[in-house]
Ligand binder design. Structure first.
Ligand SMILES: [Mn+2]
Length: 342
C-alpha cells in the first residue's frame, strides 16, 4: 500500500471521527457498487455510534432488495443538517444529480469525502479517496476497512461483495484480479450472502423482460455478411408489457452468437425515435465509426445512435412444396413466396 493512500485513509478516519451526523450519497441510476459502498459505510458508521442517512436521487431497482437497509434510502434532505457528506462511486459531483436541486451542496459548506475508482474522477471532494485502478469502489472500501481494523459483519460483507459482483460482472470481467478473488473469498467467509447476490442481480428478471427477450430472439437473424440483427417495435414492448428501459443489456443475447462480426439491435423508444445499439467481441471492428454514420458514437466494441423514425418489419415466408400448384392459382398473400425445393 503506498504512502499517499495510507495518508488519505488516516485523514478519512479523522473526518468521520469528528462528525456525528453523516449523509451518504449514491450516484444517480444507482448500481450495485454505489449502493453496496454506501450501505457498507452506513453499517460501519452505525457500529461506531454515528447517525447516518442514505440518499439517492433515483429509486434503487428491486434487483437490490436483498441488501441490508435498502429500504432506508431517501430522496430529499437538508444537507446543512450534516457534519460530513460521503459520496461513493461517483466520478464527478454531477453524477449524484443533487446539484440540480441543491445548487451549493458541493460548495464546501459541509466537508465532502469522495470515495471512488473512476479514472475520470475530478477530485470534487474536500478529501478524495480515489484509486482509478481499483476494480470497484467496494474493493477500495475493503482496503480502508482493513486499515481501520473495522469489524466486517455479515451484512457489511454482503454490501461489499455486491459492489464487486456488480463491477466485475460476477467475477467474469478482465478486472477480476487475484486481489478480487482473495477479497471475495474473505467476504464469503465472513458471511456475505453470495447466493442472494447472484440470484437477485443475475438470475432474476420480471416476466415482461423475459417476454421482451423472447421477441428479440424471435426477430433475430444473421445476415449473409455475418451481422446478427434484431428489432423491437413499440408493439413488441406493448405486447410483452415491458418498458423501453427493459431492453437494456438485451444486445448481449445477440452478441453471444458465435462467428458473427458484430450485432445490431434496433428498438423504437416510444418517443418517435429508433435507438440503435452495436456490440462486437472482435478487435478488428470499429463500431464507434459505424455509429458515427448515424450521428452516434461510443467505444470501438460498444456504440449506438438514435434517429427519428419507426421500424417496419418485412417478413418473407416461403412454402416449399413438391406438388404442382393447381392451374391458374395465384399466390394470394403479399410477401409470401412459394417455391419448390431444388
Ligand atoms: Mn463502480
Amino acid at each position: 500500500m503506498n504512502e499517499d493512500i495510507t495518508t488519505t485513509f488516516r485523514e478519512a478516519k479523522k473526518l468521520i471521527e469528528r462528525s456525528e451526523k453523516i449523509l451518504l450519497i449514491c450516484h444517480r441510476r444507482p448500481d450495485g457498487d454505489t449502493l453496496g459502498a454506501n450501505i457498507a459505510i452506513h453499517l460501519m458508521l452505525q457500529e461506531m455510534g454515528k447517525q447516518t442517512t442514505l440518499a439517492c436521487i433515483d429509486e434503487p431497482s428491486e434487483r437490490y432488495d436483498f441488501l441490508p437497509d435498502i429500504q432506508r434510502f431517501v430522496h430529499e434532505f437538508t444537507f446543512t443538517d450534516y457534519d460530513l457528506l460521503i459520496v461513493s462511486d461517483a466520478g464527478a459531483h454531477y453524477m449524484t444529480q443533487y446539484h440540480t436541486i441543491y445548487p451549493d451542496i458541493f460548495s464546501g459548506k459541509v466537508p465532502v469525502l469522495n470515495i471512488d475508482h473512476h479514472a475520470s474522477n475530478d477530485n470534487f471532494g474536500t478529501l478524495n479517496m480515489v484509486d482509478p485502478i481499483a476494480p470497484s469502489t467496494t474493493v477500495l472500501l475493503y482496503r480502508w476497512f482493513a486499515f481501520l481494523r473495522a469489524n466486517i459483519t455479515p451484512a457489511i460483507a454482503t454490501a461489499l461483495l455486491t459492489g464487486i459482483y456488480n463491477d466485475t460482472g460476477s467475477l467474469m470481467h478482465s478486472n477480476t484480479t487475484p486481489e478480487v478473488y482473495a477479497i471475495s473469498a474473505d467476504l464469503v467467509a465472513k458471511g456475505a450472502k453470495v447466493n442472494s447476490i447472484s440470484r437477485y442481480m443475475f438470475r432474476s428478471n420480471p416476466l415482461s423482460t423475459l417476454k421482451l427477450w423472447g421477441r428479440v430472439l424471435e426477430n433475430m437473424k444473421v445476415t449473409d455478411d455475418g451481422v446478427c440483427m434484431s428489432v423491437l417495435t413499440m408493439k413488441d414492448f406493448e405486447e410483452s408489457g415491458a418498458h423501453p428501459d427493459e431492453s437494456g443489456g438485451v444486445i448481449d443475447l445477440l452478441n453471444a452468437v458465435p462467428d458473427t462480426k458484430f450485432s445490431v439491435l434496433l428498438a423504437e423508444d416510444g418517443k418517435g425515435n429508433i435507438k440503435g445499439s452495436f456490440r462486437t467481441r472482435r478487435d478488428d471492428i470499429d463500431l464507434s465509426a459505424l455509429a458515427a454514420n448515424f450521428n452516434g458514437g461510443g467505444h470501438k466494441k460498444a456504440a449506438g445512435f438514435s434517429i427519428p423514425g419507426t421500424i417496419q418489419k418485412e417478413i418473407m415466408w416461403k412454402i416449399i412444396s413438391d406438388k404442382p400448384l393447381p392451374d391458374g392459382m395465384q399466390n394470394p398473400i403479399h410477401g409470401l413466396e412459394i417455391s419448390r425445393p431444388l
